[in-house]
Design a protein around this ligand. Structure first.
Ligand SMILES: O=P(O)(O)OP(=O)(O)OP(=O)(O)OC[C@H]1O[C@@H](n2cnc3c(O)ncnc32)[C@H](O)[C@@H]1O
Ligand SMILES: [Mg+2]
Length: 170
């Protein structure tokens, strides 16, 4: 049985662990899957759709269960927040989604986003580490390293697996 993750980003691959542990016979395959949304989603809705599309695309490419994670930003009255979504899809057509942590972004980052730059690029410039999106990510940087991007996605994966198992056993 193949569990697919729709990304080659190590922070996302690592976060599939709850699924790999739960489905003991599973083999984890990382796919270049298409989110079909912009590289930098600008709302909860668009970010969620990106995660769902990634999960579905893994199934299309041969996985029995597909997992998609997507990072985006969303505007609230006090500023722009980093938002995170995940989705799981299976070959029977079931799809579940879940949201993760949100954190307010500094105004310098927001200015760059509004100029059309991707958060990954901006965080690379902010930290002088172009690989930061694969490691601590924005969430790690702005929480003093107390919560990494991978741990944040891990939390979403746990919610996804929990929903999946709950609905399977209904
Ligand atoms: O290879 P993929 O799976 O696409 O991984 P990604 O790092 O590009 O991640 P997303 O497409 O899900 O995120 C959309 C954009 O937001 C950036 N981003 C999202 N969350 C981030 C975080 O915590 N730290 C740094 N960049 C982040 C990301 O690098 C992209 O520019
Ligand atoms: Mg991306």
């Amino acid at each position: 049985m193949i569990i697919g993750i729709g990304s080659h980003n190590p922070a996302k691959i690592k976060a599939t662990q709850p699924f790999v542990k739960y489905f003991e016979e599973a083999e984890l395959v990382s796919y270049s899957s298409d989110s079909l949304v912009s590289a930098q989603p600008f709302s909860d809705e668009e970010t969620k759709i990106g995660a769902i599309n990634r999960a579905k695309d893994c199934v299309k490419q041969g996985a029995e269960i597909g997992i998609g994670f997507e990072g985006g930003v969303m505007e609230m009255e006090d500023g722009m927040y980093l938002c995170n979504w995940g989705a799981v899809a299976d070959h029977e057509g079931n799809v579940y989604s879940a949201a993760g942590a949100r954190i307010l972004l500094p105004s310098l980052i927001v200015t760059g986003l509004k100029q059309g730059k991707e958060l990954g690029t901006l965080m690379g410039e902010w930290t002088k580490d172009p690989e930061i999106r694969k490691k601590d990510g924005a969430i790690g940087v702005f929480t003093s390293g107390m919560l990494s991007r991978s741990e944040m996605f891990l939390h979403i994966a746990t919610i996804l697996l929990g929903q999946y198992v709950y609905n399977e056993n209904k």
